[in-house]
Write a protein that binds this ligand. Structure first.
Ligand code: ATP
Length: 320
């Protein structure tokens, strides 16, 4: 029996309630897999638990229930096999860009001599366009440059699983576009497995093989996985011309604008649970639970269970 590269099984996260109140269940029954070499994005409204899932995969947090398995072994703490890039760069401020990357590379390959560590680190800094500023400290770099150092550091250590928590969230649109292109370039070369949080639908379509859609929290879940089968290599200016691009985009936007809240409301009603009125105006406004959106082209399959894969390209049927 074959197993996925990473499997999250029936995960839930609960926090104790304040002042002896009820526990807060952020999410429940979250199950998904990542195949080796796959680029998977997860989207959902603030507070549904995306970072909590990512931190658990990084080994920095634990689920209240459920299991996480990578290559047949339970994840029970941080490991060099799992690299993380956070939104806030997390560079060591007293080290130069090169020293920051060298730090990770040195920890990964302890038997490499200094020249090899430096050469390997420089090659990744060059890939993200920082060849000329490798001796600068983080404070002497722009936000975009700092994030490129973080990405170079994460990829240079060649972890088997890369976890990216909104890595471009703090960047302006132009810089974001440039670094997305660099990320595609570097991922195309190494084909590591990537799990990325983003709030940007266009970014998710540009980068992902699959996008996991989370309903609103508390009591969130993964409602669907959408397969992005636009041809690679993808370029921002080209994919918008693909006949499926806007169908996929409309589907995702509709999920975020209405279905993510409506599905949660339906889940709570089904279970007889009640939370105070949502502070999320989008959720308050939503009504059409379980109704796939009207798009200019319907997906080949659609549903509302976490194991539902939504595709927009009808698969070829082979006869004989
Ligand atoms: N230590 C804690 N105690 C109580 N609640 C917590 C704690 N840590 C996180 N939470 C709650 O868990 C929920 C999920 O947080 P998380 O950061 O995972 O969400 P998210 O989907 O990543 O949000 P965002 O998109 O804003 O980053 C939030 O409602 C948050 O308030």
């Amino acid at each position: 029996m074959s197993h996925a590269f990473v499997e999250v099984q029936q995960a839930a996260k609960r926090f104790p309630g304040a002042n002896d109140g009820d526990d807060l269940t952020v999410f429940e029954n979250v199950s998904f897999t990542l195949e080796k070499g796959e680029f998977v994005c997860i989207i959902g409204h603030s507070g549904c638990g995306k970072s909590t899932i990512m931190n658990a995969l990084a080994g920095l947090d634990q689920f209240s229930d459920g299991a996480m398995i990578m290559e047949g072994k339970e994840i029970d703490g941080p490991s060099l096999e799992r690299g993380v890039v956070f939104q806030n760069y997390s560079l060591l401020p007293w080290l130069s860009a090169l020293q920051n990357v060298r730090f990770g590379v040195r920890a990964r390959w302890k038997d490499w001599d200094d020249a090899r560590v430096t050469q390997h680190s420089l090659s990744y800094l060059e890939m993200v366009g920082l060849k000329d500023v490798v001796d600068r400290k983080p404070a002497q770099l722009s936000g975009g440059m700092r994030q490129r150092v973080s990405i170079a550091r994460a990829f240079a250590t060649k972890p088997e699983l890369l976890l990216l928590d909104e890595p471009f969230g703090a960047l302006d649109a132009l810089t974001r576009g440039v670094i997305q292109d660099e990320l595609i370039k570097i991922w195309s070369k190494d084909r590591q497995t990537v799990f990325m949080i983003t709030h940007d639908v266009d970014e998710a379509i540009l980068l992902a093989d699959r996008i996991l859609l989370m309903t609103n929290g508390p009591e969130a879940r993964i409602a669907e996985a959408v397969e992005i089968d636009l041809p690679r290599p993808r370029q921002r200016s080209e994919i918008v011309k693909h006949p499926h691009f806007y169908t996929i985009r409309n589907y995702l936007v509709d999920f975020l604008v209405s279905r993510s809240g409506a599905l949660r409301t339906a889940d709570l009603d089904r279970r007889g649970l009640h939370y105070p009125e949502s502070v999320n105006p989008v959720e308050r406004a939503s009504t059409a639970a379980d109704t796939p959106p009207a798009t200019d082209g319907q997906p080949a399959s659609a549903g509302t269970r976490s194991d539902t894969l939504v595709t927009f390209t009808p698969k070829e049927t082979h006869h004989g």
